[in-house]
Ligand binder design. Structure first.
Ligand code: SAM
Length: 233
């Protein structure tokens, strides 16, 4: 019988935010796979490092960061093949995902390649968006407010249109787009309603007013905007 592929969310960084189910699977499964950027350590693996009993078989998937999607697609193809080899031998595989696997998570690339042939289970995780709101002590949305999730790489025009059109927004993948995001928010007069959160739940965490955000932001940062148009008091 083939093994099962588990897409396991490991939360935003603090190991105490891993769910009991994810932890049980991580501890009991012999093969773990995780994405990593070339030349750096895997964030998802770092989160669970203290719980891994070695030796485990590890499949590190190096993802090239290129605008052209083909090199990354090739890397996922190769990883799917490696994972299949274990599943075909009846071994279960845990694929670690930072945050939640199906919320901008790389697990979806593995899922789409393997779900037709193998049993796949997805274990949800605490997403960075809810973690950022918690660390910023700022509710994401209340009553009938509309919350929109916006990727930082969107164009200035698109960001402006969407920010203007809803009550509350979470801007992900801020990184090198911080300057653009700040200028759009400033133009809309929303600076006072915006917070910048960096590495939420880790000891290096920063929660700042957007106006005080650094000019260069790391990849693991987010901007939360809430106009408080439907006050929850
Ligand atoms: C590819 S998405 C992955 C999201 C993840 N699957 C989740 O559920 O949170 C990466 C983006 O998530 C956000 N992010 C992830 N972890 C974060 C953290 N600890 N603090 C702030 N933002 C984080 C950043 O905006 C980052 O660019």
């Amino acid at each position: 019988m083939n093994g099962v592929l588990y897409g396991v969310g490991v939360g935003p960084g603090d190991p105490e935010l891993i769910t009991l189910k994810s932890l049980r699977l991580i501890k009991s499964t012999e093969v773990i796979a995780y994405p990593k950027l070339k030349g750096s350590k895997s964030f998802a693996r770092n989160i669970i490092e203290e719980f891994i009993d070695l030796p485990k078989v590890e499949i590190a998937i190096e993802i090239p960061m290129t605008v052209n999607r083909l090199p990354a697609q090739r890397a996922y193809d190769a990883a799917a093949q490696k994972i299949s080899t274990h599943l075909n031998m009846g071994e279960n595989v845990v694929f670690l995902c930072e945050g939640d696997p199906f919320f901008y998570g790389s697990f979806m690339y593995m899922h789409s390649r393997l779900y037709k042939k193998y049993l796949v289970e997805i274990i949800p995780g605490v997403s960075s968006m809810t973690a950022c709101a918690a660390m910023a002590k700022k509710p994401l949305a209340a009553r009938n407010e509309v919350l929109t999730v916006l990727p930082g790489p969107l164009s200035k025009k698109e960001l402006e249109r969407r920010l203007a059109d809803n009550n509350s927004s979470a801007i992900m993948k801020v990184g090198r787009h911080i300057k653009k995001i700040k200028s759009v928010i400033d133009r809309l007069g929303l600076m006072d309603s915006s917070l910048y959160i960096e590495r939420a739940s880790l000891k290096e965490q920063k929660v700042l007013k957007l106006i005080d955000a650094p000019e260069v932001a790391p990849y693991f940062s987010m901007v939360l905007v809430n106009k408080e148009e439907d006050p929850w008091l």
